[in-house]
Structures are given as C-alpha cells and as structure tokens.
Design a protein around this ligand. Sequence first.
Ligand code: HEC
Ligand code: HEC
Length: 423
Amino acid sequence: MNKPISLTPRRTRVPAMHLAPHRATIPALRLLGTCAVTAVLATACGGSADDTTADQAALVEQGRQIFRYETFGDEARWTDALRMHEVISAAVDPVTALSVGLKVDAQALPAAVADGIRDGSIDLTRPATTVALLKLDAVVGLKAEVETVNGQDVLKRVGITCALCHSTVDDSFAPGIGNRLDGWPNRDLDPGAIMALSPALDAAARQLFNSWGKGKFDPRQNIDGLSKPVVIPPAYGLQGIHSVTFTGDGHELAYWNRYVAVAEMGGLGTVVEPRLNLNLTNGTEDRVSSRLPALQAYQLSLAAPAAPAGSFDAAGAARGRLVFEGVGGCATCHSGPLFTDANTRLHPPGDSMAEPESPSYAARSATKQYRTPPLKGVWQHAPYFHDGSAASLIDVVRTYDRKRNLGLTPQQVTDLSEYLKSL
Ligand code: HEC
Ligand code: HEC
C-alpha cells in the first residue's frame, strides 16, 4: 500500500518552496508565551499580576474545553466521509468500545446511570447504550449530536477531539471508566482498528489501519502514503520545550496542533507546511486558528505526573542517576531539568535507538531528524521510542547498552532503569 488514503476531498499540493528555517527563534513570541504562562513574571509583562493570572486561568480553562470537547468541525470526515455514526449505532456496544480502548468519563455519568452500570440493569452489550453515553458526553474524545426521535435516541453526527488519543481515565469506577487524565496518552486505544470499522473504506485500507495496533497512529500516512505508526505521545510536561513532535517539526505546540486538527482529525481550516509539500484546506471556514492559543495554553499547563510512591527503588535510583550522568552518557542529550537538549539541537536518525527502520519516521518528517524527548513522567507511558520498540524502561537501558557499547554491569542496568522510573 503506497498511496495516501484520502479522506478529504480538497487536498492540493504545492511545489516545494525553500526550506523554512527549522527552529527560527522568534524572541517576541517566546517572550509573550513566557509572560502569558508565568504568573510570577506577570508584572514584568505589563498589567497587574492578578489580572494576568485571571486571564491566564480563563485561557487555560477555555483550552481544557477545546482539548476535551472541540471537533473543529471534523464531523465532515468522521460522519460525512467515514460514516462512523452508522457503525456505532449498529454495532458498537460499550463492551466493544472499551475493547478498542475508548474510555468513559465517570464524572459525566448521572448517579442513576452509574448505579445502573454497577448493578447490571444498564446493558453494556447494546449499541443503544453507547449512544446514550455519547449523549451524556461521557465517551472521552468523541463528541456526538444525538436527537430524540419518537422517544428513541438517534446518533446524527459524531466527531473526534484531541482527548481521544491524549487522555485516558484512572479506572476508578471500573476498567476503562474513571476520572479523566488529560495529557496522558491513551496507549490502550487502537485508532487504526476504530477507523477500520468505517463502512466507507475498502478492504485494503481496512487492512492497513488494522495493522497499526494499540496505542499507535501514523499521522503522516494520509500525507505521504507510507505506513509505519508511532506511539501516541504524552501531551504533558512540555512547558519550556520549544521543539515539538518526535522529530522537532515545530517550535511551538500550536504548529502541530494545527497540523493534527486539519490534516489528521479533518477539522475545518488550513495547514501549510512547505517542508512537507503540504497545503491543505478543509471546508470554507476556519474553525481551528482562533482556538490554537487556548489549546496550547492548556497543554502547557499539564505537568508530567510524578512517579507513584513505592514504584521504584530509591537507593537504586540514586545510584542510577550517577550512571545517567556518568558512564551511561545519557545526560549529554537528556540534559538540564527537562532532560532534553531539544531547545538547542536535533539529532541525526542514527541517534535514535529505534533506527534504522523502514520506512524511517525521521525521513518522513519536516526536519529529517529526531528530538531528544523529555523524560519527566517517562514511567507513565511505556512502550518507548517513537515506534514503541522498547517494552519497558529496562529494555530501553539494555538497548542503549548494546547499541552504544556502554559495557554497563547488570547492577548499573537495573539502577539506571530505577532512576528512569523515578523521574
Ligand atoms: C488519532 C490520535 C491523535 C489525535 C486525535 C491527536 N493526536 Fe496528538 N499526536 C498523536 C501522535 C501519533 C503523535 C506523534 C506524532 C509525532 O510526534 O511525530 C502526536 C503528537 C502530539 C504532540 C507532540 C508532543 C511532543 O512531545 O512534542 C502534541 C502536543 C499533540 N499531539 C497534541 C494534540 C492535540 C492538541 C490534538 C487535538 C488538536 C491532538 N494531538 C490530536 C496522535 C493524536
Ligand atoms: C545522542 C543523544 C542521546 C543519548 C546519549 C541518549 N539519548 Fe535517549 N533519546 C535520544 C533520542 C533522540 C531519543 C528519541 C528516539 C526515538 O524516539 O526513536 C531518545 C529516547 C529515549 C527514551 C524514550 C523516551 C520516550 O518517551 O519514549 C528514553 C527512556 C531514553 N532516551 C533514555 C536514555 C538513557 C537512559 C540514555 C543513556 C543510557 C540515553 N537516553 C542516551 C537521544 C539520546
């Protein structure tokens, strides 16, 4: 399969222009960003600290709503083109939905519904129950329009939001049902399998999407026609990092948010990226641009989660830190408080322990390189590397040891892994 599966009618290509300087520094923008996000500095940016803090809080809250509930009009793709509303109404009961990794927001369930799920009086094997949950806005990352026709709930339109891939739940109610954890990648989600349910796709497209697997998605397949998915990364812990995506394609989140909202979700708006020869407009209105500042502010407010108490051996982690900074050589790239050199450089493909791979993900990107990922909260999102080829943190360490000939002792390997678990 070497053909982009086009789900959007209006894609046009532009001839390659000059390569935009990859990480052009825009001091004014940076400064604005800093003023907007750092309340402490607020007075230095004009206006009173209180005003700025309140404005910032409002922006973040607006961004939370967008992150969770905004489709940018992508129903044009998920309903009009892929006809997902048909398949959901006909065949996707809650048990099936949970099995492809969809999550249910327990806070959106009224007490009677929660009780009904607990005591079994609400049937989780009926697609109508899924429609009822959608009507309650309880399915994380799906936004639906449900109409009541003759006393029956009818699913009219459905779209997806950022939370589909970048939120999960804490399972506090039941597996797959709990409080939202925004920014945590949903590594149970099988986006390819979900897309493959579409009655609008042919067998070849279905087979391709079904081959991706849980926790992975290929955000370049419909652009270049190649297929090799990457793991869904966290959307937390990115404050202060001016290089986004595995390959550092943009210097702020809004760059990639626009790309995903338009090119991958099918939202209404425009994305132009000369380095990828991409110039894509969906629809005739722009529902993306005005939402980007709040959306970015919300993501930047999401801190990486701290390692749970008791989840690592503290003495081992303390020894492992010395390996990380010393003989392991890790800190040469995972440097500073954010554990990354992303603000100063990118790396050739060979610096990724997942390369060589075919097709190379870097080769398909705008930069053709990799960014050193930040490591705060890394305990949370196994598997590791952009392709998920390391199942655990000890696998990560063993891979470095082998490929970089570090000659670590078994004790150093374990200690370094405990250190990574503690970050
Ligand atoms: C279908 C799943 C899916 C959806 C929906 C989705 N993303 Fe992503 N997101 C991904 C994947 C896969 C990547 C990795 C791409 C890469 O880095 O090359 C990614 C990367 C990112 C990154 C880069 C993280 C980093 O470390 O630099 C951010 C930020 C992000 N997404 C935010 C969003 C936002 C905001 C939305 C909604 C507009 C969104 N995503 C919608 C799957 C998704
Ligand atoms: C030459 C620079 C460099 C050095 C040295 C280096 N890393 Fe990395 N690290 C990277 C890059 C680039 C990636 C992204 C690779 C990918 O996603 O394919 C990465 C990825 C990782 C990841 C996966 C993070 C994730 O979110 O999946 C972990 C964990 C990690 N490195 C730990 C280490 C440890 C431990 C060491 C020392 C033994 C080390 N690194 C040494 C550049 C480096």
